[in-house]
Design a protein around this ligand. Sequence first.
Ligand code: GLU
Ligand code: MG
Length: 466
Amino acid sequence: MTTLADPVPGGRPGDPERAAERAAELSAAGVSGVALSWVDTAGIGRVKTVPVAALARAATWGVGMSPVFDTFLADDSIVATDVLGGPDGDLRLFPDLDHLVPLAGQPGWAWAPVDRITQDGAPHPACTRTLLRRAVAAAAEEGLSFRAAVEVEFALGLAGDRHPDFAPACLGPAYGMTRLVEQSDFGADLLRALAAQQVEVDQLHPEYATGQYEVSVAAADPVAAADRSVLVRETVRAVAQRHGLRASFAPAVLAGGVGNGGHLHLSAWRDGSNLHAGGNGPLGMTADAAGFVAGIVEQLPALAALLTPSPSSYLRMQPSHWAGVYAVWGHENREAAVRVVTGMLGDRDRAANLEVKCVDLAANPYLALAGVIAAGLDGLRRRPEPGPPVSGDPAALDEAERHRRGIRRLPRTLPEAVDAFAASSLLRDALGDVLADAVVAVRRGEHARVQRLSPEAITEAYRWVY
Ligand code: GLU
Ligand code: MG
């Protein structure tokens, strides 16, 4: 199956002309370069840039890049699968002009997410954006669509030689007005930059952990939501730098503390109606939405390899830290991996959705969304029983009671997550062999790198990379 959005050699109809027009606009606005951005299997944002004058050529013929990055680790060492990780071959990066924006936090630059295709014009099997785009297009053929958003939590630290480790940029209490005052100019500049980039922000607030803040944005189609989560992160990073600050998006910023989540909000819709509201099932869910939730909960241990993919992730995944370490669902329960959000009376047909809480920002957002949607769609079709919702903190129950109620703890380590993933034929089918093998190789490689390190050393190794 090809879709109208798939890039083709020579450019999709109209793209070369559109790219030339956009380049002229960008030049007139003082933009010199365009960052062509994508996220690798390890969750690292990678980039190549072209001068504005070369944008039309990039949108027509793509820009070269080695496929080796699909098996890069977060420290830039390389692992291999049977087809990835070698020095051979080249791919073309195609900027998506619909998502091209001038970067308000980096004057002189614009940004566009890319799809990657081979020199023969075929989709690259490890391109996670293409994977998600195609999964969404296939669901649309059945009348199904999705709305998604990724919450971005980050810890703000002081930059500079005097602060090689993490030195929090604010000292006030969680959700404290003091924190907003302490970083008043940064916060206002961040909102200004996001608005200038047409990112519709829902909220910006001080979070719980030391130095932590959060940006949440409006829901969009899943590909746009994943693009936006990358753009929001890069904007936070750039604005922070202009204020002498730096932002950590790592799952664990300080060993033993509450971490950064990247909670994923998602709703499934059929023919324009939200399946999570107005139904006869629990919490007003339709039978489709209940199946969707059940499918996700069932696959959560295997999904951990996509949602919590870093050794740092497992320092965050502690009970009673609101990270959602139990594979259960609950109504507005922040200790459940799937929190069902019903929304405000009167607004439920628009607002009802589910929040996958166990996700962090080491996750490649395209891969995370593709995996969760595949699991949900499987549930929507098979309609397994979602089981009763769980309220309260499962950690407060004793082990025997959790066992009696079928409350499973999500993987406690990265190897456990990889084993669960390797046993899921559903996720392998959804990702395809090339990408599924890359996930396994990269996660095993990441674990091998740090297995003898202390939690403090693991925290340090990943603090600034995501
Ligand atoms: N920081 C928490 C986490 O690690 C989440 C806090 C919240 O519920 O917003 O996911
Ligand atoms: Mg939060």
